[in-house]
Design a protein. Structure first.
Length: 189
């Protein structure tokens, strides 16, 4: 039996959910992004216990099928943007349709209906968050970041970044560096 969870967005969430289930005595097969697989059907009491426990972490058990599909879409996007090393060899809409076994238009309509934004906007927001992380670490140039995140060009990532954040990537990086230097001074380094 699978239980679907909303708001699981990181590997840390998986660890927290696994530990929480162990603490309350729920035996599970595995915890994945957005879902828990348990050995057998669980009682209504245990189901409520899981809901109550996870809500303390800002996580929500999902019963609605449309919400389950939207969460699956989110997790696939997050996996592709934050964890996948290789670029897809098909366009993302085809990949998503194939992975979830639904027509892309159906998936896009469900996502927009349940999340209040398009799949594309969700992807762009996550890509820009990933760009911010990479800029903050300062290990890669903007050209390398654009390549790693499969942007067509540096100007494309720069334009998208500015549209979402209101800042150019270089200005964002300067502000982060200035903030970091201020913290270092405050800490006596």
């Amino acid at each position: 039996m699978k239980i679907f969870i909303k708001n699981m967005v990181s590997l840390r969430c998986k660890i927290i959910v696994g530990e929480a289930l162990q603490r309350i005595g729920i035996h599970f097969v595995k915890v994945e992004m957005g879902e828990i697989e348990v050995h057998q059907k669980i009682s209504e009491e245990d189901y409520r216990l899981i809901e109550d426990t996870l809500s303390g972490y800002g996580l929500v058990v999902i019963d609605n099928n449309k919400l389950k599909i939207a969460e699956k879409i989110k997790h696939i996007i997050i996996e592709q943007i934050h964890h996948a090393e290789e670029q897809l060899h098909v366009n993302f809409s085809s990949y998503l349709s194939q992975k979830l076994q639904y027509d892309y238009t159906y998936l896009a309509n469900i996502f927009s209906e349940t999340e209040g934004m398009t799949i594309e906007k969700f992807m762009i927001c996550h890509k820009i968050e990933r760009v911010k992380e990479m800029l903050a670490h300062g290990e890669l140039s903007l050209t390398q970041i654009a390549e790693k995140l499969h942007y067509s060009s540096v100007s494309h990532v720069s334009n998208q970044f500015k549209k979402v954040t209101g800042l150019t990537p270089s200005l964002y990086k300067q502000r982060k560096d200035a903030h970091r230097a201020t913290l270092e001074k405050a800490c006596g380094e």
